[in-house]
Design a protein around this ligand. Sequence first.
Ligand code: HEM
Length: 482
Amino acid sequence: MASSDDGGSSAPRDVPGSYGLPLVGAVRDRLDFYYFQGQDKYFESRVERYGSTVVRINVPPGPFMARDPRVVAVLDAKSFPVLFDMDKVEKKDLFTGTYMPSTSLTGGYRVCSYLDPSEPTHTKVKQMLFSLLLSRKDDVIPTFRSNFSALLATVESQLAKSGGKADFNKLNDVTSFDFIGEAYFGVRPSATDLGSGGPTKAAKWLIWQLHPLVTLGLPMVLEEPLLHTFHLPPFLVKGDYRALYKYFSTAAKQALDTAEGLGLSREEACHNLLFATTFNSYGGLKVLFPGLLANVANAGEKLHEKLVAEIRGAVAEAGGKVTLAAVEKMELAKSVVWESLRLDPPVKFQYGHAKKDLLIESHDAVFQVKKGEMLFGYQPCATKDPRVFGDTAKEFVPDRFVGEEGSKLLQYVYWSNGRETENPSVDNKQCPGKNFVVLVGRLFLVELFLRYDTFTAEVATELLGASVVFTAVTKATSGAGS
Ligand code: HEM
């Protein structure tokens, strides 16, 4: 379904909405966001109240971590892409939004995610990451397969115990950490001095940066002072960071050589590699795979049968091997990955400061915004916009992106901080891991359905996304490739 486009013809309006009283309004809204309404309701209710998908609201955390919680929120598929336009927005120091974690959590550097493309270091670091991913492209499939087949073997042994269940998220945390280290640098973190402690150290370091934005499900009286009012002191996570850094400084020698060639110091490059691997990549996969698995589990046996047929057919055609060419032929699997990224984008918030006075178009109106104002997008509202995705916008439709008609909708898939039809570059802020992520999403389905005809799982929600516990798997009866 195409979006209706009558916004351009109407006269510019002021953005509706309210920030409430200073301080009190922001704290009140923060409580709504975490406890009284929850994220989705928080945004949806304000869209309803003001009859507009572009609204003025406060975003968390507010006092005392954020200097200014006031934003102009863009909450539909049409207005959201203003955040991708580097002529219109500046993306300096706002990766995490209205607050920025201390740079002592990143070796004293402002790492790539916090840099605007106009800053020369942004180009150098992003180029380093493109080179790294390119240089390792032939290693991704075999490394993925060895790590995730071992994960599934563990799932089976856990299920075999009486009344057995297998907690996928726990296994994924350990496996994804090793997989990324091995895929990027050829060295499994667990085989180094880090031992099995890597994922825990990484998770702790992530919490130190993201605690203002999450709720751990503890009583409000504890979480408010502990997580949402002041920064957790960086020195408490220094030892963990140092251990992670040591892994990168030794395992990533080749990537660091490349970085020096691009004009980066080894030290700045290493802190950036740590961040891109541990925050961007590992943090992403921690949420991506459980979300994908949850959607596929809930879709049930009929979808599993179709995926089995497509995946095993393509692998058989490739002589029983999982090759990139075989994976490219799996149209349904690719659509399933995109649909999951559309429905549950792992990174839900995006920000940008207006570079100049702007006009922003929603489906229904044109709004004026002043230079310097903070723009904010809550991605689930944009990628579940019924004006684009119709009556099924909030449902998981596995084959939504299959075929010519389906592919026309890809321009409205925004998970990578850009349209799925566009590509990351040194001049934009689109995720450099875009192709890698869609590839590993498909490899995950390949591994699952070469091995199983079907499976069942219990699905729930946790800190950053879905949690999935396998309850049964039915081993493949025919045609599974190697
Ligand atoms: C940027 C999502 C995986 C590296 C971003 C942004 C998003 C995103 C939304 C833009 C943030 C903003 O500026 O507002 C994701 C998701 C992933 C994922 C959902 C996995 C499921 C990866 C991987 C890499 C990576 C595998 C490895 C290279 C980066 C970097 C940036 C970035 C370095 C900053 C880009 C820039 O400054 O131009 N990612 N990402 N991400 N991502 Fe990813």
